[in-house]
Structures are given as structure tokens and as C-alpha cells.
Design a protein around this ligand. Structure first.
Ligand SMILES: Cc1ncc(COP(=O)(O)O)c(C=O)c1O
Length: 437
């Protein structure tokens, strides 16, 4: 157990005054929800917005509604993704079909997609893992001629763009998450957004049947958020991190998915969300750009993307365990992503029997993610770069330029990290504490 400054792997901005806005939101329930819906509709230029208790609930409700639009019952999803995604598919009474991925982007391996999509396919879920855009346009071109819906899971990419288009708005229907470690948070929450009247029409009756959380639930949520705001600080994070029953950092397959509308207090807490989201994403992209300058890692896409966490891959599972253990000892906030591909999650094994996803397996074994949030200070970034200096990177993750004549190899083995000779932070403004009041 580490006692002392410890970075959380993920964090999103929240200030004490947001709690006050939350309380006010709870007193004027309809107004808080309607305002947030309207703001999201305007910001993302979509016709329909629904606010729910989590991103998983948003996904499960969307999938349930899609069932009434087509007889297909298979849902194709990336084989390396958040376990909440296959859980939402099961919750909707549908059949998850994991498809192997491109290890550099976490998007589908489009050659394998042809085998996964069949006459039984209801929809395909594209995600933007860590904020890295998947090629939704390509997916639409493949799916639409066959009447298959494209669901865009932008839980990890709110506010990010690809080719000038906002992620979450490129599929037939999209979802965002306001979970604890997302681009912006109100503790927990989810959004469904769509321009399709047909899909919104199918979602509407299910949504109207959902309850709004009671006042007690609202107050409990607010209390949890207040605690989170105190203990997410690197000075104190070692305390919850040392409590095993909190299971922080563990990826859990949700066996049940609580589904309500978004609590009004949580909607209130998101007052001013658009500018906070922009600042949060700006910090994430600047931090990623700094790592990119210091370490010879190949980033897809360019470092300006607001990476929710910055993924790198090392040569093998043993190397990952070595680096991860050193990060934990030093409290540097590295994390290991999702522990298994979807087809190997214990609850999914029987359902996915016979399906193999070797690239997703390799990614699950070798990926490490670096924190990019607003609590990552200059000294943390230097310490992380130092830690990774002798890391044995996976081939695909290594920047080709690092093997060139200008690179200054620090480690001795081929493929070890090289450092920018300056190691300079001069061009990076000091990380702002955006959660300060
Ligand atoms: C890619 C992805 N989809 C969906 C979800 C579910 O969102 P939530 O945690 O709000 O239920 C997550 C959560 O981490 C996620 O990472």
C-alpha cells in the first residue's frame, strides 16, 4: 500500500460551486433537465436528446428500442471495449457478437467485420475508445445498404471531433457518459442523442416509462459526488485506493443495470458543462501532446486529440506487469485498461463460444494507459516519462522515427524508449486546476 501523493488514473473536473448548482437543480427539477437537454441538443445539433442514469443505461435503452424496428437480434461490437457494452446488449435481450479490432486504433478490424455481420444483425456498435475516433463513416457505408443501424458509443469521447464532425453524432444514434472518469462528470449519467425521428420514436415510450430518481436518491448522489471531489485529489487519493472494498480501478461486468432518468440534481451539477468540457479536453490533448514529444510512441490519431487516457502497448504481459507495479509503487496513475476481450469475460464465454479475437486478446494483455486529466502536474508527467524510459514497447506502438539516426536511445534493447533531448516543458502551460472554485 502506498501512502502519499497518488494520481487517480481518471478524473473529470468538478468544483464546489457545481454542488450548489446541483442543489438548485434538485429544487427546480423540470427546469434543470430541460435546460441540459436543450443545451446538448444545440451543442451537438441533434433533434432528440434523452438523459439517463448512466451510459450503460443509455445504451441498454437504445438497444431495447431498436428491437422494435427490425427483426435482427445480433449486436456486433468491438472485442476490446468496456464490459458495460456487452452487459447492455444482454440487458436488452439481444445477442452480442464480438468482432476483432485494429490494435492501433481499437476500431473494428474491418476485414473481420464482414464475417461478423450477417442477416441476423440488428446493429453495429462503434466506439471511440480513449477518445480515439473509429471510422463511423465507413461503417455507415457498409451497414446502411443492409438496413443495419449504427450505434455510436461515444462514452469516452464527449467533445472530441473527427474530420470536423462531433463524435457521438455520426452514427444513427449515439450515447455519451457522465461517469466518474469521463470527459466531464456529474458522478454518473448518460445521454442518448439522435437525428432520427424513427429511432427517437422507438425510444420515447421506453423513456417515458422510466422513473425520475427520488429526492433521497438525489441527495445520496450528491453526497457521493462530494466525497469523490475530496478524495480524487492526488494528496488524498491513496486513501480510497487502499480500501479493497471500493475496488477502485477494477473493471466489473455489471450483472444488473439500474435504469432511471438522470437525477435533476446531477443535471444541475452540469451547469456550464460546455465550457468545462472544452477546458477538460484541452488539458487532455495538451498532456497527450507532451507525452508524444517526450516518448517515441506512435499515436493514432495526432496528439491534439483529447485522449481520455493515453494508451500505449508494451511488448508482453510480463513487461506490462513490471511497469504497472512500478507505477503503483510511485502513485503515477497508470492503468491497465480492460482485463479481457469481450469473448473471454467469464459471463460471456458460453455466449461467445468458439469466437476468437487474437488482436483484442493481445491488446488486453499489453496495454497501459497514462493519465491525462487536470490533476496530472508537471512533476507527474516527468516521473511517468522517466518510468517509461526503458519500457519495451510493442512494435505497432513504436514511432518509426524513434529508430532513426536522430533518436537518442536510452535503453539498450531495440525498441526501448528514446527521450526528447530537451525533455522540456517550456511550451506547455502549467496545468490548470480546473476544479478549483
Ligand atoms: C466505451 C464505454 N461505453 C459505455 C460505458 C458505460 O458508461 P457508464 O459508466 O456511464 O455506464 C463506458 C464506461 O466506462 C465505456 O467506457
Amino acid at each position: 500500500m502506498r501512502i502519499g501523493r497518488t494520481l487517480p488514473p481518471v478524473a473529470a473536473p468538478l468544483a464546489w460551486r457545481d454542488l450548489w448548482h446541483g442543489l438548485i437543480g434538485g429544487l427546480d427539477r423540470d427546469h434543470a433537465i430541460r435546460t441540459l437537454e436543450e443545451e446538448i441538443r444545440r451543442e451537438f445539433d441533434v433533434a432528440h436528446v434523452f438523459l439517463l442514469s448512466s451510459g450503460t443505461a443509455a445504451l441498454a435503452l437504445t438497444l431495447t428500442a431498436l428491437k422494435s424496428l427490425s427483426p435482427g437480434r445480433d449486436v456486433v461490437l468491438p472485442a476490446f471495449t468496456c464490459p458495460s457494452v456487452p452487459a447492455a446488449v444482454l440487458e436488452a435481450g439481444l445477442h452480442p457478437i464480438p468482432c476483432d479490432i485494429d490494435a492501433a486504433t481499437f476500431d473494428f478490424d474491418h476485414e473481420r467485420l464482414d464475417e461478423a455481420v450477417t442477416g441476423q444483425t440488428l446493429c453495429v456498435i462503434a466506439h471511440h475508445l480513449f477518445g480515439i475516433p473509429s471510422d463511423v463513416e465507413r461503417l455507415r457505408n457498409r451497414c446502411h445498404p443492409r438496413g443495419i443501424v449504427v450505434v455510436e458509443d461515444a462514452a469516452q469521447a464527449m467533445g472530441a471531433e473527427a474530420g470536423g464532425r462531433k463524435l457521438g453524432t455520426m452514427g444513427d444514434v449515439g450515447i455519451f457518459s457522465f461517469g466518474r472518469g469521463k470527459n466531464i462528470t456529474c458522478g454518473s449519467g448518460g445521454v442518448i442523442l439522435t437525428n432520427s425521428d424513427r429511432i427517437a420514436g422507438a425510444i420515447g415510450p421506453h423513456y417515458r416509462r422510466l422513473h425520475a430518481p427520488s429526492l433521497v436518491c438525489n441527495l445520496k448522489a450528491l453526497a457521493r459526488i462530494a466525497l469523490m471531489m475530496v478524495f480524487i485529489r492526488p494528496r488524498l487519493y491513496w486513501i480510497p485506493a487502499a480500501l479493497p472494498f471500493l475496488a477502485l480501478g477494477e473493471t466489473i461486468f455489471p450483472k444488473t443495470i439500474p435504469m432511471t432518468r438522470l437525477a435533476a440534481m446531477q443535471a444541475g451539477l452540469l451547469r456550464g458543462w460546455a465550457s468545462r468540457l472544452a477546458r477538460s479536453n484541452e488539458i487532455r490533448s495538451r498532456t497527450a501532446a507532451w507525452f508524444r514529444r517526450q516518448l517515441p510512441i506512435r499515436l493514432t490519431p495526432e496528439p491534439r486529440q483529447p485522449y481520455l487516457r493515453l494508451p500505449i502497448a508494451v511488448a508482453n504481459a510480463k513487461e506490462r506487469a513490471r511497469i504497472y507495479s512500478r507505477s503503483r509503487k510511485r502513485g503515477l496513475g497508470l492503468s491497465v485498461g480492460f482485463p479481457a476481450p469481450v469473448n473471454e469475460i467469464p459471463e460471456m464465454r458460453a455466449i461467445c463460444h468458439g469466437r476468437r479475437c487474437p488482436r483484442a486478446r493481445r491488446v488486453a494483455d499489453t496495454i497501459l494507459t497514462l493519465p491525462t486529466h487536470q490533476w496530472v502536474a508537471e512533476e507527474d508527467m516527468r516521473a511517468i516519462a522517466d518510468l517509461l524510459r526503458d519500457a519495451d514497447l510493442a512494435e505497432w506502438c513504436r514511432d518509426a522515427a524513434a529508430d532513426g539516426p536522430d533518436a537518442r536511445e536510452i535503453g539498450s534493447a531495440p525498441g526501448r524508449m528514446a527521450m526528447d533531448p530537451e525533455g522540456s516543458l517550456a511550451t506547455r502551460e502549467r496545468v490548470q486546476d480546473v476544479s478549483a472554485a
